[in-house]
Design a binder for this molecule. Structure first.
Ligand code: AMP
Ligand code: ZN
Length: 466
Protein backbone atom coordinates (compact mmCIF):
# COMPACT_ATOMS: atom_id res chain seq x y z
CA UNK A 1 0.00 0.00 0.00
CA UNK A 2 1.22 3.45 -0.82
CA UNK A 3 1.98 5.71 2.09
CA UNK A 4 0.34 9.04 2.70
CA UNK A 5 2.35 11.87 1.19
CA UNK A 6 2.04 15.64 1.40
CA UNK A 7 3.69 18.46 -0.46
CA UNK A 8 5.67 20.38 2.12
CA UNK A 9 6.04 24.09 1.36
CA UNK A 10 9.23 24.10 3.44
CA UNK A 11 11.09 21.51 1.35
CA UNK A 12 9.07 22.06 -1.84
CA UNK A 13 8.77 18.31 -2.15
CA UNK A 14 6.33 15.50 -1.61
CA UNK A 15 7.16 13.86 1.69
CA UNK A 16 5.89 10.73 3.33
CA UNK A 17 3.77 11.62 6.34
CA UNK A 18 4.66 10.38 9.77
CA UNK A 19 3.33 12.01 12.93
CA UNK A 20 5.61 12.71 15.89
CA UNK A 21 3.39 10.67 18.18
CA UNK A 22 2.37 7.39 16.53
CA UNK A 23 -1.34 7.30 15.69
CA UNK A 24 -2.01 10.90 16.71
CA UNK A 25 -1.87 13.93 14.43
CA UNK A 26 -1.62 17.42 15.86
CA UNK A 27 -2.40 20.22 13.44
CA UNK A 28 -2.82 23.96 13.52
CA UNK A 29 -4.94 25.92 11.11
CA UNK A 30 -4.91 29.69 10.82
CA UNK A 31 -8.52 30.66 11.36
CA UNK A 32 -10.64 33.62 10.36
CA UNK A 33 -10.01 37.25 11.15
CA UNK A 34 -13.48 38.07 12.38
CA UNK A 35 -13.88 41.58 11.04
CA UNK A 36 -16.52 40.65 8.51
CA UNK A 37 -18.31 37.56 7.26
CA UNK A 38 -15.93 34.90 5.93
CA UNK A 39 -16.26 34.55 2.15
CA UNK A 40 -16.10 31.36 0.12
CA UNK A 41 -12.42 32.06 -0.67
CA UNK A 42 -11.72 31.69 3.04
CA UNK A 43 -13.88 28.59 3.06
CA UNK A 44 -11.75 27.06 0.36
CA UNK A 45 -8.99 27.04 3.00
CA UNK A 46 -11.27 25.63 5.72
CA UNK A 47 -12.68 22.96 3.43
CA UNK A 48 -9.22 21.86 2.35
CA UNK A 49 -8.35 21.56 6.05
CA UNK A 50 -11.58 19.66 6.68
CA UNK A 51 -10.74 17.18 3.92
CA UNK A 52 -7.25 16.80 5.37
CA UNK A 53 -8.66 16.21 8.85
CA UNK A 54 -11.31 13.77 7.62
CA UNK A 55 -8.84 11.79 5.55
CA UNK A 56 -6.40 11.50 8.45
CA UNK A 57 -9.29 10.06 10.46
CA UNK A 58 -10.21 7.76 7.57
CA UNK A 59 -6.63 6.45 7.78
CA UNK A 60 -7.17 5.68 11.45
CA UNK A 61 -5.37 8.60 13.08
CA UNK A 62 -6.66 10.49 16.06
CA UNK A 63 -6.62 14.19 15.19
CA UNK A 64 -6.18 17.18 17.45
CA UNK A 65 -6.82 20.31 15.42
CA UNK A 66 -6.58 23.87 16.63
CA UNK A 67 -8.08 26.77 14.70
CA UNK A 68 -7.54 30.22 16.13
CA UNK A 69 -10.01 33.06 15.94
CA UNK A 70 -8.26 36.35 15.24
CA UNK A 71 -10.54 38.67 17.16
CA UNK A 72 -7.98 41.43 17.47
CA UNK A 73 -5.74 42.92 14.80
CA UNK A 74 -5.47 46.12 12.79
CA UNK A 75 -8.61 45.34 10.77
CA UNK A 76 -10.93 44.26 13.61
CA UNK A 77 -10.02 47.41 15.56
CA UNK A 78 -10.48 49.66 12.54
CA UNK A 79 -13.88 48.23 11.61
CA UNK A 80 -15.30 48.15 15.13
CA UNK A 81 -14.37 51.80 15.52
CA UNK A 82 -16.00 52.68 12.22
CA UNK A 83 -19.14 50.84 13.33
CA UNK A 84 -19.02 52.69 16.67
CA UNK A 85 -19.25 49.50 18.76
CA UNK A 86 -16.85 47.67 21.02
CA UNK A 87 -14.35 45.25 19.55
CA UNK A 88 -16.15 42.39 21.22
CA UNK A 89 -19.60 43.34 19.98
CA UNK A 90 -18.17 43.60 16.53
CA UNK A 91 -16.33 40.27 16.46
CA UNK A 92 -19.00 38.23 18.28
CA UNK A 93 -21.42 38.67 15.40
CA UNK A 94 -18.91 37.37 12.86
CA UNK A 95 -17.81 34.48 15.06
CA UNK A 96 -21.42 33.30 15.28
CA UNK A 97 -21.79 33.65 11.52
CA UNK A 98 -18.60 31.69 10.99
CA UNK A 99 -19.79 28.72 13.02
CA UNK A 100 -23.15 28.79 11.30
CA UNK A 101 -21.39 28.61 7.93
CA UNK A 102 -19.11 25.79 9.11
CA UNK A 103 -22.21 23.75 9.93
CA UNK A 104 -23.94 24.54 6.65
CA UNK A 105 -20.84 23.47 4.74
CA UNK A 106 -20.65 20.28 6.82
CA UNK A 107 -17.17 21.15 8.05
CA UNK A 108 -16.24 19.08 11.08
CA UNK A 109 -15.47 20.98 14.23
CA UNK A 110 -11.83 21.29 15.30
CA UNK A 111 -10.98 20.31 18.85
CA UNK A 112 -10.08 23.89 19.89
CA UNK A 113 -11.04 27.36 18.69
CA UNK A 114 -8.94 29.65 20.89
CA UNK A 115 -9.67 33.37 20.59
CA UNK A 116 -6.70 35.73 20.61
CA UNK A 117 -8.23 38.12 23.17
CA UNK A 118 -8.53 35.25 25.63
CA UNK A 119 -4.80 34.49 25.46
CA UNK A 120 -3.14 37.83 26.14
CA UNK A 121 -1.19 36.57 29.21
CA UNK A 122 0.22 33.65 27.18
CA UNK A 123 1.32 36.06 24.45
CA UNK A 124 2.91 38.47 26.93
CA UNK A 125 4.75 35.58 28.50
CA UNK A 126 5.94 34.45 25.08
CA UNK A 127 7.17 37.93 24.18
CA UNK A 128 9.04 38.21 27.46
CA UNK A 129 10.88 35.00 26.61
CA UNK A 130 11.80 36.41 23.20
CA UNK A 131 13.20 39.53 24.88
CA UNK A 132 15.16 37.45 27.40
CA UNK A 133 16.69 35.43 24.60
CA UNK A 134 17.62 38.51 22.64
CA UNK A 135 15.21 37.80 19.75
CA UNK A 136 13.04 40.83 20.47
CA UNK A 137 13.58 44.39 21.63
CA UNK A 138 11.47 47.29 22.81
CA UNK A 139 11.23 50.53 20.90
CA UNK A 140 8.83 53.42 21.41
CA UNK A 141 6.46 51.38 23.60
CA UNK A 142 6.27 48.50 21.10
CA UNK A 143 8.26 45.29 20.91
CA UNK A 144 9.80 44.04 17.66
CA UNK A 145 11.19 40.72 16.57
CA UNK A 146 14.76 41.15 15.41
CA UNK A 147 14.96 38.95 12.35
CA UNK A 148 18.75 39.15 12.11
CA UNK A 149 18.83 36.94 15.25
CA UNK A 150 17.13 34.15 13.36
CA UNK A 151 19.35 32.92 10.51
CA UNK A 152 16.67 30.63 9.09
CA UNK A 153 14.34 33.56 8.47
CA UNK A 154 12.96 33.28 4.95
CA UNK A 155 13.32 29.48 4.70
CA UNK A 156 9.60 28.81 4.27
CA UNK A 157 8.94 31.45 1.65
CA UNK A 158 12.33 30.74 0.02
CA UNK A 159 13.33 34.36 0.20
CA UNK A 160 16.67 35.81 -0.63
CA UNK A 161 17.66 37.69 2.51
CA UNK A 162 20.77 39.36 1.20
CA UNK A 163 20.54 43.11 0.98
CA UNK A 164 18.13 43.30 3.85
CA UNK A 165 18.13 46.61 5.66
CA UNK A 166 19.10 45.77 9.23
CA UNK A 167 17.01 47.49 11.86
CA UNK A 168 14.13 48.57 9.59
CA UNK A 169 10.79 48.03 11.29
CA UNK A 170 7.25 47.36 10.18
CA UNK A 171 4.24 48.02 12.39
CA UNK A 172 1.31 46.75 10.36
CA UNK A 173 0.17 43.13 10.62
CA UNK A 174 0.21 42.55 6.88
CA UNK A 175 2.96 43.63 4.50
CA UNK A 176 4.61 42.64 1.28
CA UNK A 177 7.94 40.90 0.80
CA UNK A 178 9.50 44.21 -0.18
CA UNK A 179 9.06 45.44 3.39
CA UNK A 180 10.61 42.45 5.08
CA UNK A 181 12.04 43.77 8.34
CA UNK A 182 11.73 43.55 12.11
CA UNK A 183 8.03 43.11 12.83
CA UNK A 184 5.87 44.12 15.78
CA UNK A 185 5.01 41.40 18.28
CA UNK A 186 3.57 43.93 20.71
CA UNK A 187 2.10 47.25 19.70
CA UNK A 188 2.27 50.06 22.22
CA UNK A 189 -1.00 51.91 22.62
CA UNK A 190 -1.67 54.85 20.34
CA UNK A 191 -4.75 56.98 19.67
CA UNK A 192 -5.65 54.76 16.76
CA UNK A 193 -6.45 51.85 19.11
CA UNK A 194 -8.98 53.87 21.20
CA UNK A 195 -10.14 51.79 24.14
CA UNK A 196 -8.57 48.56 22.90
CA UNK A 197 -5.55 47.89 25.11
CA UNK A 198 -4.21 45.76 27.94
CA UNK A 199 -2.01 46.92 30.79
CA UNK A 200 0.75 44.35 30.99
CA UNK A 201 4.38 44.04 32.09
CA UNK A 202 5.22 45.01 28.49
CA UNK A 203 3.32 48.26 28.96
CA UNK A 204 -0.06 49.44 27.68
CA UNK A 205 -0.86 48.00 24.30
CA UNK A 206 -1.99 44.97 22.36
CA UNK A 207 -0.41 41.99 20.62
CA UNK A 208 0.57 41.92 16.96
CA UNK A 209 -1.17 39.37 14.74
CA UNK A 210 1.66 36.86 14.28
CA UNK A 211 2.40 36.24 17.94
CA UNK A 212 -1.06 34.80 18.63
CA UNK A 213 -0.52 31.69 16.50
CA UNK A 214 2.85 30.94 18.12
CA UNK A 215 1.50 31.36 21.65
CA UNK A 216 -1.76 29.49 21.11
CA UNK A 217 -0.32 26.61 19.09
CA UNK A 218 2.22 26.03 21.84
CA UNK A 219 -0.45 26.09 24.52
CA UNK A 220 -2.71 23.53 22.81
CA UNK A 221 -0.29 21.44 20.75
CA UNK A 222 3.06 21.74 22.48
CA UNK A 223 6.40 23.09 21.25
CA UNK A 224 6.51 20.84 18.19
CA UNK A 225 3.66 19.45 16.15
CA UNK A 226 2.92 17.76 12.84
CA UNK A 227 0.98 19.90 10.37
CA UNK A 228 0.40 23.62 9.93
CA UNK A 229 -1.99 24.82 7.24
CA UNK A 230 -3.27 28.02 5.70
CA UNK A 231 -3.75 29.73 2.36
CA UNK A 232 -0.68 30.59 0.28
CA UNK A 233 -1.01 34.25 1.26
CA UNK A 234 -0.17 33.18 4.83
CA UNK A 235 3.31 31.91 3.88
CA UNK A 236 4.81 35.38 4.02
CA UNK A 237 4.94 37.10 6.39
CA UNK A 238 2.60 35.30 8.77
CA UNK A 239 3.99 31.76 8.82
CA UNK A 240 7.54 32.93 8.38
CA UNK A 241 7.06 35.04 11.49
CA UNK A 242 5.41 32.22 13.42
CA UNK A 243 8.48 30.05 12.78
CA UNK A 244 10.88 32.79 13.86
CA UNK A 245 8.91 33.38 17.07
CA UNK A 246 8.34 29.73 18.02
CA UNK A 247 11.78 28.44 17.16
CA UNK A 248 13.27 31.59 18.71
CA UNK A 249 11.73 30.60 22.04
CA UNK A 250 12.19 26.81 21.95
CA UNK A 251 15.26 26.30 19.76
CA UNK A 252 13.39 23.32 18.29
CA UNK A 253 11.80 22.65 14.94
CA UNK A 254 8.29 24.12 15.18
CA UNK A 255 6.34 22.18 12.54
CA UNK A 256 7.16 19.17 10.37
CA UNK A 257 4.75 19.65 7.44
CA UNK A 258 3.60 22.99 6.03
CA UNK A 259 0.56 22.66 3.75
CA UNK A 260 -0.87 25.62 1.86
CA UNK A 261 -3.91 25.88 -0.36
CA UNK A 262 -4.05 27.92 -3.54
CA UNK A 263 -6.61 30.66 -3.90
CA UNK A 264 -10.14 30.79 -5.06
CA UNK A 265 -10.14 33.37 -7.80
CA UNK A 266 -12.75 35.38 -9.64
CA UNK A 267 -11.95 36.68 -13.10
CA UNK A 268 -8.24 36.05 -12.47
CA UNK A 269 -8.16 37.95 -9.16
CA UNK A 270 -7.97 36.45 -5.67
CA UNK A 271 -11.38 36.51 -4.02
CA UNK A 272 -10.92 38.88 -1.12
CA UNK A 273 -12.79 41.27 1.03
CA UNK A 274 -10.58 44.18 0.07
CA UNK A 275 -11.15 43.60 -3.68
CA UNK A 276 -14.91 43.48 -3.05
CA UNK A 277 -15.20 40.51 -5.43
CA UNK A 278 -16.44 38.05 -2.85
CA UNK A 279 -19.47 35.89 -2.14
CA UNK A 280 -20.49 34.75 1.30
CA UNK A 281 -22.17 31.40 1.93
CA UNK A 282 -25.23 33.30 3.15
CA UNK A 283 -25.50 35.31 -0.10
CA UNK A 284 -25.24 32.17 -2.26
CA UNK A 285 -27.81 30.33 -0.15
CA UNK A 286 -30.18 33.27 -0.51
CA UNK A 287 -29.70 33.01 -4.27
CA UNK A 288 -31.02 29.45 -3.96
CA UNK A 289 -27.75 27.51 -3.93
CA UNK A 290 -27.32 24.47 -1.76
CA UNK A 291 -24.42 24.90 0.71
CA UNK A 292 -23.33 21.32 0.06
CA UNK A 293 -22.92 22.18 -3.63
CA UNK A 294 -20.64 25.03 -2.49
CA UNK A 295 -18.70 22.52 -0.39
CA UNK A 296 -18.35 20.24 -3.38
CA UNK A 297 -17.21 23.05 -5.63
CA UNK A 298 -14.52 24.13 -3.17
CA UNK A 299 -13.13 20.67 -2.58
CA UNK A 300 -13.31 19.09 -6.04
CA UNK A 301 -10.17 20.78 -7.37
CA UNK A 302 -6.77 19.83 -5.99
CA UNK A 303 -6.03 22.17 -3.10
CA UNK A 304 -2.75 23.36 -4.62
CA UNK A 305 -4.40 24.44 -7.86
CA UNK A 306 -6.08 27.76 -8.27
CA UNK A 307 -9.81 27.44 -8.57
CA UNK A 308 -11.88 29.79 -10.63
CA UNK A 309 -15.31 30.50 -9.19
CA UNK A 310 -18.15 30.53 -11.73
CA UNK A 311 -21.87 29.88 -11.50
CA UNK A 312 -21.50 27.13 -14.13
CA UNK A 313 -19.10 25.32 -11.81
CA UNK A 314 -21.63 25.65 -9.01
CA UNK A 315 -24.34 24.16 -11.25
CA UNK A 316 -22.04 21.28 -12.16
CA UNK A 317 -21.39 20.70 -8.45
CA UNK A 318 -25.12 20.44 -7.83
CA UNK A 319 -25.37 17.79 -10.52
CA UNK A 320 -22.45 15.89 -9.03
CA UNK A 321 -23.95 15.70 -5.56
CA UNK A 322 -27.34 14.75 -6.99
CA UNK A 323 -25.67 11.92 -8.83
CA UNK A 324 -24.01 10.66 -5.66
CA UNK A 325 -27.19 10.96 -3.62
CA UNK A 326 -29.31 9.28 -6.29
CA UNK A 327 -26.75 6.50 -6.38
CA UNK A 328 -27.29 5.90 -2.68
CA UNK A 329 -31.07 5.51 -3.11
CA UNK A 330 -30.64 3.50 -6.27
CA UNK A 331 -28.50 0.99 -4.39
CA UNK A 332 -30.68 1.00 -1.28
CA UNK A 333 -33.76 0.32 -3.39
CA UNK A 334 -32.08 -2.15 -5.78
CA UNK A 335 -34.14 -5.25 -6.45
CA UNK A 336 -32.68 -8.52 -5.10
CA UNK A 337 -30.19 -10.08 -7.49
CA UNK A 338 -27.45 -12.70 -7.63
CA UNK A 339 -23.99 -12.29 -6.10
CA UNK A 340 -21.91 -10.42 -8.64
CA UNK A 341 -18.18 -10.67 -9.16
CA UNK A 342 -18.33 -7.42 -11.10
CA UNK A 343 -19.84 -5.63 -8.11
CA UNK A 344 -17.20 -7.01 -5.72
CA UNK A 345 -14.39 -6.18 -8.07
CA UNK A 346 -15.78 -2.69 -8.63
CA UNK A 347 -15.92 -2.01 -4.89
CA UNK A 348 -12.34 -3.18 -4.37
CA UNK A 349 -11.04 -1.15 -7.28
CA UNK A 350 -12.93 1.98 -6.20
CA UNK A 351 -11.57 1.82 -2.65
CA UNK A 352 -8.08 1.33 -3.97
CA UNK A 353 -8.38 4.19 -6.46
CA UNK A 354 -9.93 6.55 -3.92
CA UNK A 355 -7.22 5.91 -1.34
CA UNK A 356 -4.33 6.00 -3.80
CA UNK A 357 -5.53 9.41 -5.01
CA UNK A 358 -5.90 10.93 -1.56
CA UNK A 359 -2.65 9.37 -0.34
CA UNK A 360 -1.01 11.33 -3.13
CA UNK A 361 -1.17 14.76 -1.51
CA UNK A 362 -4.99 14.73 -1.33
CA UNK A 363 -5.59 14.48 -5.05
CA UNK A 364 -9.30 15.05 -4.77
CA UNK A 365 -10.17 15.33 -8.45
CA UNK A 366 -8.73 11.87 -8.99
CA UNK A 367 -10.46 10.48 -5.89
CA UNK A 368 -13.76 11.80 -7.23
CA UNK A 369 -13.07 10.24 -10.61
CA UNK A 370 -12.67 6.87 -8.83
CA UNK A 371 -15.94 7.46 -6.96
CA UNK A 372 -17.85 8.30 -10.16
CA UNK A 373 -16.48 5.26 -12.00
CA UNK A 374 -17.80 3.25 -9.07
CA UNK A 375 -21.22 4.92 -9.36
CA UNK A 376 -21.44 4.21 -13.08
CA UNK A 377 -20.32 0.61 -12.84
CA UNK A 378 -22.54 -0.31 -9.90
CA UNK A 379 -25.54 1.44 -11.47
CA UNK A 380 -25.04 -0.77 -14.52
CA UNK A 381 -25.07 -3.92 -12.40
CA UNK A 382 -28.17 -2.74 -10.53
CA UNK A 383 -30.01 -2.04 -13.77
CA UNK A 384 -29.02 -5.33 -15.31
CA UNK A 385 -29.52 -7.82 -12.50
CA UNK A 386 -30.16 -6.11 -9.15
CA UNK A 387 -27.90 -6.68 -6.15
CA UNK A 388 -27.48 -9.45 -3.60
CA UNK A 389 -27.77 -8.38 0.06
CA UNK A 390 -24.03 -8.91 0.57
CA UNK A 391 -23.08 -6.82 -2.47
CA UNK A 392 -25.51 -4.10 -1.48
CA UNK A 393 -23.89 -3.94 1.93
CA UNK A 394 -20.38 -3.80 0.48
CA UNK A 395 -21.33 -1.04 -1.97
CA UNK A 396 -23.05 1.04 0.71
CA UNK A 397 -20.12 0.54 3.09
CA UNK A 398 -17.73 1.86 0.48
CA UNK A 399 -19.99 4.83 -0.27
CA UNK A 400 -20.31 5.65 3.41
CA UNK A 401 -16.55 5.45 3.82
CA UNK A 402 -15.92 7.72 0.84
CA UNK A 403 -18.45 10.11 2.23
CA UNK A 404 -16.72 10.20 5.61
CA UNK A 405 -14.18 12.28 3.69
CA UNK A 406 -16.39 13.97 1.07
CA UNK A 407 -19.25 14.89 3.40
CA UNK A 408 -21.86 15.42 0.68
CA UNK A 409 -24.15 12.37 0.74
CA UNK A 410 -24.92 11.44 4.34
CA UNK A 411 -25.45 14.98 5.50
CA UNK A 412 -27.33 15.46 8.71
CA UNK A 413 -29.72 18.31 8.47
CA UNK A 414 -30.67 18.91 12.07
CA UNK A 415 -34.28 18.09 12.87
CA UNK A 416 -35.30 17.91 9.25
CA UNK A 417 -35.73 14.15 8.91
CA UNK A 418 -38.18 13.89 11.75
CA UNK A 419 -40.29 16.81 10.62
CA UNK A 420 -40.54 15.52 7.07
CA UNK A 421 -41.43 12.02 8.25
CA UNK A 422 -44.27 13.54 10.24
CA UNK A 423 -45.50 15.49 7.21
CA UNK A 424 -45.33 12.37 5.02
CA UNK A 425 -47.45 10.53 7.56
CA UNK A 426 -49.98 13.36 7.63
CA UNK A 427 -50.11 13.38 3.85
CA UNK A 428 -50.73 9.64 3.69
CA UNK A 429 -53.50 9.94 6.24
CA UNK A 430 -55.05 12.78 4.21
CA UNK A 431 -54.89 10.66 1.06
CA UNK A 432 -56.52 7.75 2.84
CA UNK A 433 -59.31 10.08 3.93
CA UNK A 434 -59.52 11.24 0.29
CA UNK A 435 -58.59 14.77 1.37
CA UNK A 436 -56.45 15.38 -1.70
CA UNK A 437 -56.36 19.10 -1.17
CA UNK A 438 -54.43 18.73 2.10
CA UNK A 439 -52.24 15.99 0.64
CA UNK A 440 -51.29 18.15 -2.35
CA UNK A 441 -50.64 21.15 -0.17
CA UNK A 442 -48.20 19.19 1.99
CA UNK A 443 -46.39 18.04 -1.14
CA UNK A 444 -46.19 21.50 -2.68
CA UNK A 445 -45.14 23.19 0.60
CA UNK A 446 -42.27 20.74 0.87
CA UNK A 447 -41.37 21.33 -2.74
CA UNK A 448 -41.12 25.04 -1.98
CA UNK A 449 -38.49 24.14 0.61
CA UNK A 450 -36.66 22.03 -1.94
CA UNK A 451 -37.90 18.65 -0.69
CA UNK A 452 -39.21 16.25 -3.32
CA UNK A 453 -41.60 13.43 -2.35
CA UNK A 454 -41.66 10.24 -4.35
CA UNK A 455 -44.36 7.61 -3.93
CA UNK A 456 -42.82 4.17 -4.39
CA UNK A 457 -44.25 0.67 -3.91
CA UNK A 458 -42.48 0.52 -0.54
CA UNK A 459 -43.78 3.85 0.70
CA UNK A 460 -43.14 7.54 0.27
CA UNK A 461 -39.51 8.65 0.08
CA UNK A 462 -38.09 12.14 0.06
CA UNK A 463 -35.02 13.72 -1.32
CA UNK A 464 -33.58 17.17 -1.39
CA UNK A 465 -33.67 19.05 -4.63
CA UNK A 466 -30.16 20.29 -5.30
P1 AMP B 1 -8.15 35.76 6.82
O1 AMP B 1 -9.48 35.79 7.52
O2 AMP B 1 -7.95 36.82 5.82
O3 AMP B 1 -7.00 35.67 7.82
O4 AMP B 1 -8.10 34.40 5.97
C1 AMP B 1 -8.43 33.16 6.51
C2 AMP B 1 -7.89 32.05 5.64
O5 AMP B 1 -8.46 32.08 4.33
C3 AMP B 1 -6.38 32.10 5.43
O6 AMP B 1 -5.86 30.77 5.51
C4 AMP B 1 -6.24 32.65 4.03
O7 AMP B 1 -5.04 32.24 3.43
C5 AMP B 1 -7.44 32.03 3.34
N1 AMP B 1 -7.91 32.73 2.14
C6 AMP B 1 -8.20 34.05 2.02
N2 AMP B 1 -8.65 34.35 0.77
C7 AMP B 1 -8.63 33.17 0.07
C8 AMP B 1 -8.97 32.81 -1.28
N3 AMP B 1 -9.45 33.70 -2.17
N4 AMP B 1 -8.83 31.51 -1.64
C9 AMP B 1 -8.37 30.60 -0.76
N5 AMP B 1 -8.03 30.87 0.52
C10 AMP B 1 -8.15 32.14 0.94
ZN1 ZN C 1 -1.70 31.92 12.04
Amino acid sequence: MMALRFYNTMSRRLEEFEPIEPGHVRMYTCGPTVYGPAHIGNFRAYIFEDILRRYLKYKGYRVTQVMNLTDIDDKTIRDSQEAGITLQEHTRKFIEMFFHDLDRLNIERAEYYPAATEHIPEMVDFIQKLIERGNAYGSGGSVYYKISTFPRYGALSHMDMTGLKAGARVDSDEYEKESVSDFAVWKGWSERDGNVFWNTPLGKGRPGWHIECSAMSMKYLGEQFDIHTGGVDNIFPHHENEIAQSEGVTGKKFVNYWLHNAHLIVESKKMSKSEGNFYTVGALVEMGHNPIAIRYLLMATHYRQQLNFTSEALEASKKAITRLRDFRTNVEDARPGPDSDTAKWTVARAVEGFEAALDDDLNMSQALAAAFDFVREVNAVVAEQGLSEADKKAVLNALRRFDSVLGVVYVKEAGIDQRIDTLIRERNEAKKARDFKTADKIRSDLLDEGIILEDTPVGTKWKRKV
